[in-house]
Design a protein around this ligand. Structure first.
Ligand code: ADP
Ligand code: MG
Length: 572
């Protein structure tokens, strides 16, 4: 009896970690089990947390990163030591780069042995490795510090510019016991993890004065604006001002893409001709040609208003005439207030030019999206998917690839905020299945993952995960038999195929069937359309192998210009 009483009054590292996460409303852990965290996953599930177990840590990490984006709470990824940790790091760096709140929790080996480099099981100084790839990194050595460690990780991930945080939990910590009452008292519920960051009133006046003076104003919405969940105010700002707006890819749907003020189909015109550009949660990085060069107007002819939570983002590429530093919700609310009820609409001379240009381009594109060619081209296949998303605007679109990404971004309209999840700031391949899993788990909405065949390969094994958890995910693999296209030849005439070419007629659909999901082989837009509609209606895990002409597609999609060219030998 005495022994039992003692046990009842004790807690340990495992339970304190779980209790700390639960106290802070973390509901899901994206995970790959193994030493020393296998029991942490088991106990987390036993305690009512949802534990989604993946086949590879990179995918679990990407899932956590996008969970953070979708919910404004840190997505949690739990990995084993050294190799598992390293696999998760890619996603941690990705979360940091994309400003998504995420915590990578990793088990690690014994400090005494690691620090003396005595060759422990999976020995690695993980904290040191993680530091340069995330916003903050912490290690907890004592059970009584777990509450503070988790609290610091949550605050660091969510506050200011969100990002990735590393939390190192050595194996010995997890088994450490302490008095249960003291343990419970050591936990911290983080109050207001992302405090409002109110912009200086003078910065709002400065921005509005500049905006009012504009003859050709433009608003650019980035994924920071989508993250902020200030949807109604952003819509109201755009509509009250009457200014044409350009959504960056993950900001599509903040206002419906068929909105009359959308300048997406007139992108090159507005970037070149606008005289005042207001950036809301979008960086002037490579995706916007750094705000200068031939994409933009003559140097000095364009002035920028930049709304961002990170003051260091100002002047990062060009001079910012009106920096507005604060959280987007507060900034946009302050701008709206400053605009009042009689704000003049953007000049008609400008808005009508933009609208005409956009309508012209949309009309030019329309017939290509109706084709029912066999083999399919990108336009025929994406036209079919575009019509499906129009009917089901609640579907979350995950998208990666080269041509598959570039064409889908411009062809598939998005109608609701945070419904398009893609390769983000780095333009990485591999986010697909991790994102699809998290999008389904976090929102309960149907997910449509539109994947290049190469892109799909990076996370394809997770279709087993999708089947195992019975997630409402429909994957469409745009199978053109290779990277960019399937037609490259080995110039030596040797037996190996070219480095960009895959197995001909690969049957990705049969992979899905192998795990009990539904696999469909589709050769025409009509077949594709039928299969995807059925998948969305049934909610059953489905993979549609969409056979695309192997000649369709261009090198690196629309960013072929980033490829260095050899000065001595031309490509074969
Ligand atoms: P995109 O690629 O869509 O242009 P970026 O990732 O380049 O978007 O930019 C997002 C920006 O949004 C980052 O500079 C980030 O600091 C900012 N940001 C993210 N969340 C918020 C927020 N809640 N308030 C203000 N700025 C934010
Ligand atoms: Mg391909």
């Amino acid at each position: 009896m005495a022994a039992e009483t003692t046990t009842q009054n004790l807690t340990d590292g495992f339970h304190l970690v779980i209790d700390a996460l639960k106290l802070n409303d973390i509901k899901t852990i994206y995970h790959v089990p193994g030493i020393p965290v296998t029991d942490l996953g088991r106990l987390a599930q036993a305690s009512g947390l949802r534990v989604i177990s993946f086949r590879h840590e990179q995918n679990a990490g990407y899932a956590a990163s996008i969970a953070g984006y979708l919910t404004q709470k840190p997505g949690v990824c739990l990995t084993v030591s050294a190799p598992g940790f390293l696999n998760g790091l890619n996603a941690l760096a990705h979360a940091t780069t994309n400003c998504f709140p995420m915590i990578l929790i990793s088990g690690s080996s014994e400090r005494e042995i690691v620090d003396l480099q005595q060759g422990d099981y999976e020995e690695m100084d993980q904290l040191a490795v993680a530091k340069s790839l995330c916003k903050a990194a912490f290690r907890v050595l004592h059970a009584q510090d777990i509450g503070i460690g988790v609290a610091r990780a949550i605050r660091a991930a969510c506050s200011g510019r969100p990002g990735g945080v590393y939390l190192d939990l050595p194996a010995k910590l997890l088994g450490q016991a302490m008095d249960a009452d003291l343990g419970a008292k050591s936990l911290v519920k983080v109050i207001d993890p992302a405090p409002a960051y109110i912009p200086a009133p003078a910065s709002i006046t400065r921005a509005l004065d500049l905006l009012k003076s504009a003859k050709k104003p433009l608003i650019i919405l980035g994924k920071g604006a989508a993250y902020a969940q200030a949807d109604a105010d952003i819509k109201s700002l755009v509509e009250t001002s009457g200014i044409p707006y350009l959504p960056m890819s993950m900001a599509k749907g903040l206002l419906p893409d068929n909105h009359p003020q959308s300048a997406s189909a007139a992108r090159s015109t507005v970037l070149k001709e606008a005289d005042v550009v207001m950036l809301i949660g979008a960086r002037l990085n490579w995706l916007l040609s750094h705000g200068k060069g031939k994409t933009w107007g003559a140097p000095g002819s364009q002035k920028f208003i930049h709304i961002d939570i990170d003051p260091k983002e100002m002047d990062s590429n060009v001079e910012i005439a009106a920096p507005v530093v604060g959280d987007i919700a507060s900034c946009v609310a302050a701008l709206l207030k400053g605009m009042g009820n009689s704000w003049p609409k953007a000049p008609e001379a400008w808005t009508s030019v933009v609208r005409e240009k956009a309508n012209g381009n949309i009309a030019k594109m329309a017939p290509r999206l109706q084709n029912n060619n066999v083999p399919m081209d990108f336009h025929g296949a994406l036209g079919a998917l575009k019509r499906i998303v129009q009917e089901r605007p609640d579907v979350i679109l995950v998208n990666e690839g080269a041509n598959t990404l570039d064409f889908a971004r411009s062809i598939i309209d998005i109608y609701q905020p945070r419904k398009r999840l893609d390769v983000g700031t780095w333009g990485i391949m591999g986010i697909g299945m991790g994102y699809a899993v998290a999008a389904a788990v976090e929102t309960g909405k149907p997910v449509l993952a539109v994947e290049g065949d190469s892109a799909f390969g990076f996370s394809g094994m997770e279709i087993e995960t999708i089947c195992r958890y019975k997630l409402p995910v429909c994957i469409v693999v745009f199978n053109n038999g290779g990277i960019y296209r399937g037609t490259d030849k080995n110039p030596t005439g040797g037996d190996d195929v070219a480095p960009t070419v895959f197995v001909k007629d690969a049957r990705y659909d049969q992979m899905m069937a192998a795990f009990g999901g539904i696999g469909v082989y589709a050769t025409s837009p009509d077949e594709l359309s039928r299969a995807v509609k059925e998948a969305i209606a049934s909610g059953k895990p489905t993979l549609v192998n969409a056979v695309i002409d192997e000649n369709a597609g261009t090198e690196s999609g629309r960013i072929g210009n980033l490829n260095p060219q050899s000065v001595v030998g031309k490509k074969a």
